[in-house]
Design a protein. Structure first.
Length: 313
């Protein structure tokens, strides 16, 4: 995050004007549930191309944190619960707007979301970059504290009430995670990916059919592999050594974590096709792991599986 006034931060890079005044389709239920002035129905809202103008206006009262995510994005699933928890703890001083980039291409294009998760703030209707990628909870807290200071300097320091009051802990609490899953999540938030991997592996050893543990294991392994990696350096190394399996693996991992799923799969499938039969097994294993990260029902996975099958047989 930077210190300039919000209007200067992304001027010329992000144009939200086309989405500012777009009216949302009215419904009787929405009109009946409209909260009073100074209140919102929730501090965490799902936003679409059509409704984004509402949060732009809301950002004149409190900073709005925009979470650009996708269902297939493993790091997004690690980061989003942290964002939601920290925003709720700030008790109306921030609002979290969640944007599914696959379902809302205009917003994705407006923010130039080349890599997700991508987190941006809106202050007084102007975008302020925060960070890209999954980050530890303490870093989220530090960035949000800086955001509140920047917003106050620009006259945005309101506080919103949740209409109808907060739910009681008993009503809002989600079912507790299994102990090993909880340990993995705690380790991820602390940036201790090795401990998270160990927890998920232990969960799978106890129950090989634990699909959530298997998906979590793939996601955290991906996080571990891309942590601290330099995308440009990785691409240069892969281009210089097309047959270097590890170099191709790193770029594919970075592409998946950044949302370039088809590019990642095509890179590994091309590598698989180019290698001798006795050297292909690691590439196939990496592909299968990334299929699990993206989601077995995803059309991109189905396409890549089909090509892999044709290369195998």
């Amino acid at each position: 995050m930077t210190d300039p006034a919000p209007g200067a931060v992304l001027r010329g890079a992000v144009d939200l004007s086309a989405l500012r005044n777009r009216p949302a389709a009215p419904t009787a239920a929405a009109d009946a549930a409209q909260p009073p002035a100074g209140a919102v129905s929730s501090l965490v809202v799902d936003v679409t191309d059509e409704t984004f103008g509402e949060v732009l206006e809301l950002s004149r009262t409190v900073p709005v944190v925009v979470d650009l995510w996708a269902e297939w994005c493993g790091p997004c699933k690690q980061l989003s619960p942290i964002l939601e928890r920290v925003v709720k703890e700030l008790d109306g001083r921030l609002v979290l707007a969640k944007v599914d980039v696959d379902a809302n291409p205009q917003l994705s294009q407006a923010f130039r979301a080349q890599s997700i998760p991508m987190v941006v703030a809106l202050v007084g209707g102007q975008p302020v970059p925060l960070f890209t990628g999954a980050v530890p909870e303490q870093q989220v807290r530090d960035v949000f504290a800086q955001l509140l200071q920047l917003a106050a300097q620009n006259g945005v320091s309101g506080r919103l009430e949740v209409a109808g009051g907060d739910e009681s802990p008993e009503e809002s609490a989600e079912p507790p995670l299994p102990p090993l899953h909880a340990e993995a999540f705690e380790a991820i938030e602390e940036g201790d990916y090795a401990r998270a991997v160990a927890a998920y592996e232990k969960a799978l050893a106890e129950n090989p059919r634990d699909a959530e543990a298997r998906a979590g294991l793939g996601q955290v392994r991906l996080l571990d592999r891309v942590s601290g990696a330099d995308l440009q350096a990785a691409r240069a190394a892969a281009a210089a050594a097309p047959a270097d399996v590890d170099a191709q693996f790193l770029v594919a991992d970075l592409d998946v974590s950044g949302g370039h799923v088809d590019d990642a799969f095509d890179r590994l499938l091309d590598l698989f096709a180019a290698l001798p039969a006795d050297e292909r097994a690691p590439v196939r294993e990496r592909l299968l792991e990334l299929f699990g990260v993206v989601g077995d029902a995803d059309p991109r996975v189905l396409r890549a599986r089909g090509r892999l099958a044709s290369l195998l047989f």
